[in-house]
Design a protein around this ligand. Structure first.
Ligand SMILES: [Fe+2]
Length: 196
């Protein structure tokens, strides 16, 4: 049934929101505001997508589906109880690297899961649902390519912390701008009004 596939996507979205929220918290904690803002922006974009998807599910199934909320703890669990001025530089460096690797892994697995779902929907002839999920697949693909670009850049400099720190101000400004633009685009931000 199409509904089961759509619910799987909806529930994974909650995992995605959890991931971005957690990563933003971690990067604020690590005093890397450019990366924190990148995740704040993704959190806002994906929250809007999830709300639209949920409304779409109600429209096509005629049912109100209860959300499956994630229980998985994120990276920030590792820094629980620590004070940021007292953490070792090596620990900070490791957290930074691990968080980016976890981001790549999360989006790669998400893409694979959504691609399988899109294929199932297409095979079963649910074309409206298929084209909706295909749009989400393309967005995840775009996000993955973008983050891989940053990852390659950082691996290429062997995660040089002073260069990475220098990148932060410009990145923070970029994602603050994108977030503001997103809110401007969706003047009627409430999800009932933001559906095209
Ligand atoms: Fe994402």
């Amino acid at each position: 049934m199409a509904a089961e596939w759509l619910i799987k996507v909806n529930n994974r979205f909650h995992g995605a929101l959890n991931f971005h929220r957690d990563a933003a918290d971690l990067f604020w904690f690590l005093s890397l505001p450019g990366f924190a803002m990148l995740h704040e922006y993704q959190l806002a974009v994906e929250a809007l997508c999830q709300r639209k998807l949920k409304k779409f599910i109600t429209e096509v199934t005629g049912m109100l589906v209860v959300d499956g909320l994630p229980i998985r703890a994120g990276m920030s669990e590792i820094v629980k109880g620590k004070i940021r001025t007292k953490i070792e530089p090596t620990f900070r460096w490791n957290m930074l690297k691990k968080s980016w690797e976890a981001y790549e892994e999360w989006e790669r697995e998400t893409l694979a899961e959504y691609e399988v779902i899109a294929k199932e929907l297409s095979n079963d002839g649910y074309l409206v649902e298929y084209s909706y999920i295909l749009k989400i697949v393309n967005e995840v693909n775009e996000e993955l390519n973008h983050l891989r670009g940053i990852l390659i850049e950082m691996s290429g400099m062997d995660w040089d912390i002073s260069t990475i720190s220098d990148m932060q101000e410009a990145m923070q400004e970029k994602y603050e701008y994108k977030l503001r633009e997103m809110h401007k685009r969706h003047k009627k931000y409430h999800h009932f009004n933001s559906i095209e």
